[in-house]
Write a protein that binds this ligand. Structure first.
Ligand code: 5AD
Ligand code: SF4
Length: 459
């Protein structure tokens, strides 16, 4: 069906373009994480294959797709805020197709809300069936009726091999696994992305070879728990990294996210021994309290985490260690929070994503006693930042005067003549240079350090 639907929509759009002199436009808006961003690259790829021109303007596009996130409440609120714009256009009688996909549609309560409260939305599809998008689009274009398909089961390779539009040819994300089996008690991901499944190595390698052939030099491998690629304890991830290092043309390899309970010494040795693998490990701590970690179902203690962090720093000199931290998990006491601050001080993180706990219906934590009041959470959040930010600055200052290799990504928002790149450790560097350098690796001497970025000079 897929190819037939793509061809039919494409013929329709070609006819429209010929008749009006304007190709129909598609706007894909993404909420949430890198996984969603990569799904949106596939949705954009399908839209382009179906004869749409990609546009950033959801107020004029002929097809608007919202790729939703439900990991925290504020992502949901941002989406419902934006949905108002879509509905306003519909109420004004504008002729366009409105589609919603992503994690939120996989949650029955949210899917129900979209179905009943927003009948003007034309297409709804889930994370398990991205490839159904052309079929649903063709159905709604031909019948004028709503087309929806939310699956809770997936076929193997269900979204591998879809056409993809990448923002930058020199940098690409590649899924190595889907779903998550960890069931951290606060998290909706296992419910909306399903059971963990690893893509076959052959298929990943073929995709990366193809990307290298079209100019990619940096690859980011994506999975909720990349350390259990091929099965926890299988050593599959270290082996996969080794094979990817041998793909000609690939100069840098990143990956995220690692889970502390599955990160093996074998993997650390692989990273230490392969110069192409970036010296950056994103290792979510979530909480520094052993009691909270147990209620979060994380599978490690504060001491386990700190011992692992020390091992990482010892085996991979110069590594950048970043993390995710949640404050205000149900039952978190002042003492528990003190443990989080203590762990943050001891681990000396180079960067962190910090979150206020968000109660997610259907997760075990949502029903736990001791939900922490908003004002207490916010005060702890501010204290966490006050602890972390000086650490980031002190760690960054250690790099002052050093020459670092950066992948030059874009013109810098700092002003005319400035470029922005990323170091091996994933830090942002702003420096003066010609736009022709974008997409290449360059040596930059660090001349200034701030909490969240460096300034430098091209060598
Ligand atoms: N509340 C707050 N933060 C959350 N995360 C996941 N679920 C929640 C939640 N319910 C955070 C975790 C995870 C990151 C991607 O999002 O820190 O590592
Ligand atoms: Fe969510 Fe935990 Fe899985 Fe990460 S490892 S996606 S936090 S359940």
């Amino acid at each position: 069906m897929y190819q037939q639907s793509v061809t039919s929509v494409r013929s329709r759009n070609d006819r429209l373009a010929l008749a009006s002199g304007r190709r129909p436009a598609a706007c894909i808006r993404t909420f949430g994480c890198q996984m969603n961003a990569h799904d949106s690259e596939k949705i954009s790829g399908m839209a382009r294959e179906m004869g749409y021109e990609l546009s950033g303007d959801e107020l004029t596009a002929d097809l608007v797709v919202y790729n939703t996130c439900c990991v925290r409440e504020n992502a949901e609120n941002r989406f419902f805020g934006n949905l108002g714009k879509m509905i306003h256009r519909k109420n004004a009688g504008e002729d366009f197709v409105a589609a919603i996909c992503g994690c939120m549609t996989q949650q029955s309560a949210a899917a129900e809300r979209i179905k009943t409260k927003y009948p003007l939305v034309d297409i709804v599809f889930g994370t398990f069936n991205l490839a159904a998008f052309p079929d649903l689009l063709l159905e709604t274009l031909t019948t004028g009726r709503r087309a929806a398909e939310i699956r809770t089961e997936h076929g193997e390779g269900f979204s591998d091999g879809l056409p993809t539009v990448r923002e930058r040819a020199f940098r690409a994300s590649v899924n190595i696994m889907y779903g998550c089996d960890n069931f951290c008690s606060y998290c909706v991901v296992p419910y909306v992305r399903g059971r963990e499944r690893s893509r076959p190595a052959d298929s990943i390698l073929r995709e990366i070879e193809g990307l290298a052939g079209s100019g990619a030099i940096e690859i980011t491998l994506l999975g909720q728990n990349v350390n259990s690629y091929g099965g926890a304890g299988s050593g599959g991830f270290a082996a996969l990294l080794g094979e990817i290092c041998r793909v000609p043309g690939i100069k840098r390899i990143r990956f995220m996210t690692s889970h502390p309970k599955d990160l093996s010494d074998g993997l650390l040795d692989r990273i230490a021994g392969e110069p192409k693998i970036c010296r950056h490990i994103h290792l979510p701590l979530q909480s520094g309290s052993t009691k909270v970690l147990a209620r979060m179902n994380r599978g490690y203690t504060k001491e386990d985490y700190l011992a692992l962090a020390a091992r990482i720093r010892e085996r991979i000199p110069g590594v950048s260690l970043t993390t995710d931290i949640i404050v205000g998990f149900p039952g978190e006491t002042e003492e528990d929070f003190g443990d989080t601050l203590d762990a943050a001080r001891k681990a000396r993180f180079n960067g962190a994503y910090t979150f206020v706990y968000s109660r997610r219906a259907g997760t075990p934590a949502a029903d736990m006693p001791g939900q922490v009041p908003k004002d207490v959470m916010n005060a702890r959040f501010a204290r966490l930042l006050d602890t972390l930010n000086p650490i980031f600055l002190e760690e960054n200052r250690k790099l002052e005067g050093r020459t670092l290799e950066v992948l030059v990504e874009e013109r810098s928002p700092r002003g005319e003549g400035f470029l922005t790149g990323r170091t091996d450790g994933n830090a942002i560097v702003h420096f003066r240079g010609e736009a022709g350098l974008i997409g290449s690796l360059a040596d930059v001497r660090v001349t200034g350090c701030r909490t969240f970025y460096f300034t430098g000079e091209l060598c």
